[in-house]
Write a protein that binds this ligand. Structure first.
Ligand code: C2E
Ligand code: CA
Ligand code: CA
Length: 507
């Protein structure tokens, strides 16, 4: 409609309305009343709707603040639980937490057929030190003892606690008395080479160790009690001493023998039961999967997947590790050759494998047969293998182009000189440090020290067993290069690993 027609239209409409209202007032009054009532109703409803909106916003705000309160409460609860689990002085577990963990680990050991030992440590003469040097000095000694115990931990089965006073306990995997004694000797060595000190003054304390091995269906309390009986026997002896107390029944021995026989048979007749899983490392700043570590699994037809912790120690004790190690290397190389991405693949090697005089030739043959270039292999070895006796072999591997990585760095006795010879490319910080550094400043200092040393020597550093964001941010802050752990990826079969996107060649 053109613009000048509007006033004409409005005026005609007005005249029509007024005329109709004049002649027929009643219907129009009803209509007007209806309109007024409707407008009124609309206003009431609109106001009501607005109030409802305000109420909704208020409820949302309250829910959010309630959620924040719940989160804070949960956090506080977790912290309280953590503190409840810890000994205030050493940061180690207390008796309650240790007993709980020991019971859980005992159940696991029954499921996976490995054996556990409990070691009870007592510092003979400690009371005298407390009385003469004072409680502050005593506290320092107890903290050092806790650190020494942590330093001999080897894997995630190992647990330590302070039961009170100068009494500590340690849980670890040991299939035989000999392997438990080996751990006791490692402690004696450590306390001898790094004696307890207060203000740079050596404090000569006698170390008494009581050891006991777990039998089927025993519980935590029984084991701790028996280890305590053993420590009393050790205290009767002079100097640093240990004593082993055993329960007469040893039903797990037959279990062990059965597993040993089975493993031998599997290696000869059913190598397909030995599977290799891969766990990638990740660059600390880049959100991409990197080079993987090979981790062996035994796909047992009756028991399901058996983890290496349950059969590697057995294979090491019996020498079966030589054959098993070669099988794992062969499988890892075959898988790696088939990947689209030319990643480096890390394989674990045991000290026992290095005792084979022709280990270098054996590895070279496997690489040749599978077609994996030596430059794509990373050998994960332990600190004990970086010794002058194995230097020749290590040098030959490096000459071939293989990279050497020191596994569980910080738990053994490193021959730092061999790091200097630039044979090593990578250090893997043991999970126990990663676990402790968040709440233990000494462990954090150690990790920072390792990083500083490694970077000065131009070595890559991988932190193992990273499980939470707190650990990741701390590792970022102290400039660790790579992380490996459940937070980011669990070990997985090759098919799944090969499907991972964003794999790059870093590290
Ligand atoms: P390792 O070489 O230190 O391997 C790392 C272990 O830590 C693996 O356990 C891995 O699954 C586990 N792990 C990785 N990330 C996390 C984490 O965030 N949290 C926790 N709690 N654990 C994590 P796995 O596969 O049970 O292997 C245990 C050990 O068995 C290995 O320790 C290694 O010493 C030995 N092993 C495994 N495969 C082989 C092998 O082929 N040959 C030899 N000689 N030893 C092997
Ligand atoms: Ca390893
Ligand atoms: Ca390791």
């Amino acid at each position: 409609m053109s613009i000048w027609l509007w006033p004409v239209f409005t005026v005609s409409l007005g005249i029509t309305f007024s005329t109709t209202l004049y002649f027929y007032p009643l219907p129009w009054l009803i209509l007007l009343t209806g309109i007024v009532v409707s407008v009124g109703l609309f206003i009431v409803l609109w106001r009501y709707q607005q109030q409802l909106n305000h109420l909704n916003e208020y409820v949302d705000e309250q829910t959010e603040s309630l959620q924040q309160h719940i989160n804070a409460l949960e956090h506080a609860n977790q912290e309280l639980e953590r503190q409840n689990d810890r000994d205030y002085l050493t940061g180690l577990y207390n008796r309650r937490a240790f007993t709980k963990r020991l019971d859980i680990t005992l159940a696991k050991s029954r499921r996976l057929s490995f054996r556990l030992a409990v070691l009870f440590l007592d510092l003979t003469g400690f009371k005298h030190i407390n009385n003469t040097l004072g409680y502050a000095a005593g506290d320092v000694l107890l903290q050092q003892t806790g650190q020494h115990l942590q330093a001999v931990c080897q894997d995630d089965i190992d647990q330590i606690a302070r039961l009170g006073g100068d009494k500590f306990v340690m849980l670890f995997r040991a299939n035989t008395d000999e392997s438990a004694i080996w751990r006791a000797n490692a402690l004696f060595d450590l306390f001898t080479h790094t004696p307890l000190q207060v203000e740079e003054r050596v404090v000569p304390l006698k170390l008494s160790l009581g050891i006991t091995l777990a039998n089927t269906n025993e519980n935590a309390e029984t084991l701790i009690k028996r280890a305590e009986i053993a420590v009393l026997q050790a205290k009767q002896k002079s100097g640093n001493a240990y004593a082993i107390v055993q329960d007469s029944e040893k039903p797990q021995d037959t279990d062990r023998l059965a597993l040993e026989n089975e493993l031998q048979q599997v290696l000869e007749e059913h190598p397909e039961q030995i599977r290799v899983f891969f766990q990638p490392k990740r660059h600390i700043h880049k959100d991409i999967f990197g080079n993987p570590e090979t981790l062996v699994r035994w796909a047992h037809p009756q028991r399901g997947f058996i983890s290496p912790g349950a059969f590697i120690p057995l294979a090491e004790e019996t020498g079966l590790i030589v054959k098993l190690g070669e099988l794992v290397l062969q499988k890892a190389c075959e898988e790696a050759v088939a990947w689209n991405n030319p990643l480096h693949v890390a394989v674990n090697f045991s000290p026992r494998q290095f005792m084979e005089p022709d280990i270098v030739e054996r590895v070279a043959t496997i690489l040749q047969e599978t077609g994996l270039p030596p430059q794509r292999l990373i050998m994960e070895i332990t600190e004990s293998m970086v010794m002058p006796e194995s230097n020749d072999k290590l040098e030959q591997f490096v000459e071939m182009g293989i990279q050497l990585s020191i596994d569980d760095f910080g738990t053994g006795y490193s021959n730092l000189k061999s790091l200097q010879k630039s044979l090593i490319s990578e250090l893997k910080i043991d999970r126990s440090f990663v676990l402790d550094m968040v709440h233990n400043p000494q462990a954090l200092a150690l990790v920072e020290g390792i990083l500083c040393l490694a970077h000065k020597l131009k070595l890559r550093v991988v932190a193992e067993g990273v499980e939470n964001i707190e650990q990741v941010s701390l590792l970022r802050k102290i400039k660790c290069d790579y992380i490996q752990g459940f937070i980011f990826c669990k070990p997985m079969p090759s098919e799944r690993f090969a499907r991972l996107k964003f794999v790059n060649r870093a590290g």
